[in-house]
Design a protein. Structure first.
Length: 404
């Protein structure tokens, strides 16, 4: 089964970028099934790549390999082994038992996310290619890790673009063998993980992404290092990763803000689980934009503000609308910061690159009428690597700013 490109549309593949968009395709031969492996040829007949076919997506195919090699079970075993070996080299496990083991295109496995939470693997299949090979990949993951259970969280919105339904539930093994709650219909499942010397509950059956923001690991530690003696506002706090670290770092007080009552309940549990002062911690449920305006109108102020909002712009097409949202919350944060205070602000939107994000934050400071300096640039944790041929893998941008 072959996919032939239009003349001149092979340049990205020659640079080993794995995506083939529908507009670059001249024709598809032999009617491949969704997720089936197809050979990619230039209009002149040159072999370029071997890829997974996706008939409904604008990304019509994603390259597994740029070599003329079989794409079979042993191919995936080799890719998974390489990804696991990379994490061992990084020595991430020295400080945590919650690690991203496979990061999609950045590990040469487009559409596949695999996170480890203690003795449970959580798998996301986001494309037709990873879906086509999912059962084979699941078997290999258990063989190569020595674990016995995989929970599937293939419920991201991007699956709709691939023509795939949402799928969640146990993919391999039995969760009860791992001393977790029985997964009756509607029930949640979770584990307690550790990160440095702190513990967190992770709901991998219903939580955001695969249950926890593993990509913020190093940045949580940095907040901990900077929090001593500060009054901290943690916005979009989710289950309290930054809150717990700020309290552990000696923050005078932490106010956690989120729109989810369920998430805020877990924040309180995580604070208690780590033996941290409940008297130093408060929380508010509500829309963060509205609460920031309310705090401004009340004349409240803080020594440190953490802004870790959800994805405002999945693609560049939404960047302009997202920029307004990012500017709004950063402007309000600058107004709420005391002189010498720290703003730790993030964007996880793929459609907003680092330079645009910095310009947005600079514009927010200007409109807030404050002087501020960037003292640190932050990024995703090392178990979320960025392949040089796939810069889209770099999505998390962070700045630490000091208000003058």
């Amino acid at each position: 089964m072959n996919l032939i490109l239009k003349p001149g549309r092979e340049k990205s593949l020659l640079r080993r970028h794995p995506w083939i968009f529908s507009g670059a395709v001249q024709r598809v031969e032999h009617d491949p099934a969704a997720g089936a492996t197809v050979d990619i040829f230039s209009s002149g007949g040159d072999f370029l790549a071997r890829a997974a076919f996706s008939p409904q997506s604008q990304i019509r195919a994603r390259a597994w390999t740029f070599a003329n090699e079989p794409v079979d079970a042993e191919f995936f075993r080799g890719k998974i082994r390489a990804a696991l070996a990379k994490r061992l080299t990084l020595n991430v496990q020295r400080s945590t038992n919650a690690i991203r083991l496979v990061y999609a295109e950045s590990d040469g496995l487009p559409g596949l996310i695999v996170d480890r939470y203690g003795d449970v693997l959580v798998l996301q299949s986001l494309t037709t290619g990873s879906e086509f090979w999912k059962q084979t990949i699941a078997d290999i993951l258990l063989e190569e890790t020595g674990l016995s259970a995989i929970y599937e969280r293939s419920d991201a919105d991007v699956r709709e673009l691939e023509g795939l339904p949402s799928v969640t539930g146990i993919l391999r093994g039995t969760i009860t063998n791992l001393q977790l709650p029985t997964l009756a219909p509607g029930a949640s499942a979770g584990v307690t993980i550790y990160e440095n010397d702190l513990k967190f509950s992770v709901n991998f059956s219903e939580g955001h992404k695969t249950g926890f923001y593993l990509d913020q690991r190093a940045n949580r530690l940095r907040v901990r290092e900077l929090a001593q003696g500060r009054d901290v506002l943690d916005c979009f706090c989710y289950t309290g990763g930054f809150t717990v670290n700020a309290l552990a770092g000696g923050a005078t007080s932490v106010l956690s803000v989120d729109s989810s009552a369920e998430a805020l309940k877990l924040v309180g549990e995580n604070v208690a689980r780590n033996g941290l002062s409940a008297q130093s911690h408060a929380w508010r449920e509500g829309d963060v934009f509205q609460l920031l305006r309310k705090f401004r109108d009340e004349g409240r102020s803080f020594d440190m503000i953490v802004l870790d909002p959800p994805k405002f712009a999945p693609t560049a097409a939404q960047a302009e609308k997202a920029a307004r949202g990012y500017k709004d919350i950063n402007l309000l944060a600058f107004k709420l910061l005391r002189a010498g205070g720290l703003l730790v602000t993030f964007s996880c939107s793929g459609g907003v690159d680092a330079s645009l994000f910095q310009r947005i934050v600079a514009g927010a400071a200007l409109d807030a009428g404050v002087d501020a300096q960037i003292v640190e640039h932050l990024a995703q944790a090392s178990d979320h690597p960025v392949a040089l041929n796939f810069p889209e893998g770099m999505y998390l941008k962070g700045l630490v700013c000091v208000k003058g």
